[in-house]
Design a protein around this ligand. Sequence first.
Ligand SMILES: O=C(O)CCC(=O)C(=O)O
Ligand SMILES: [Fe+2]
Length: 304
Amino acid sequence: MNTSNMEMPIADAQLQDSINEEQAKFFLDNGFLVIRHVLVNEELRIVQFEMAKLYDKGVAGVSGDPDYMYGTGVKSGQPILKRVEYVIDKSDPMKALLGHPFILRSVEKLQGPNFIPTWDSMVLKAPDEGVIVPWHRDAAVPDGCEDKRPIFNVDFYLDEADLQTCLWVIPGSSSWSPEASDERCRRPGFSTEDAIPVPMQPGDVIFHNILVLHGSPDGDGNPLRRTVYYEFRPGEIEAGFGPHTLEYLALKQNVLYDCIERRKHTAYAAGEKPFDYKPTGGFAIRQKTTPLQYRYPHETYWRR
Ligand SMILES: O=C(O)CCC(=O)C(=O)O
Ligand SMILES: [Fe+2]
């Protein structure tokens, strides 16, 4: 495939209410989509500040808390903070971010009205550690599921990702067979001949299908890069095939509903048309309750 001059529609959250048909089709065909200017002005500054607090806490060293995850620095050999899990639980502005109306209207367009939020994590590329993220898929679609609606991550960039350090994706690899995907991931080194780079500015977003092959090169002398991943799944897929229980589905519906309400009380959302979360049929929310918590550990809710 010639990917060098690929026609790529780019959405702009300041100019549209949600992604349009052409952008949705591009996402479904290629497994990723870029959206500019999702976080701007005060919200961008607040979210950057909140995630700097978690980053600093993690770098200072947190032990005995599984939410702060460390790897070993390629250059320094030291423990390096690589991921912080359950960021919504740890910060109120991150709850309000889950209610972002452009994002939710776009998720609804791609997954239908019964979607739920699943994972919420901050992924870190440590400064000057030159860590390669090898080609991978984030996860597989649950066993037995024939529903073609995409499961995907919404990646909020809090720092710039330039051509040297940004994410690369292989357009269309979201529809490859598991065998073709495994074969490509086994190819040695971080080769990019069939891939395209996705440079980003702070506040920009990538939607990426969990099945699209992606990764990033070692970028010598790279600056810190913080990306928040919010994953969404169609309720029908979750209910039919897991990986979580039905109880989890209802709990996360309540979290989402609550976060949409919280967003209405932020100064920066004052001029927005809020997202109207209205799951249908068997997914309709019968009783709106304040969430008991914002951290429902995945392993507590895996199906048997
Ligand atoms: O941000 C990156 O460079 C890739 C991170 C990633 O794909 C992951 O953590 O699953
Ligand atoms: Fe990934």
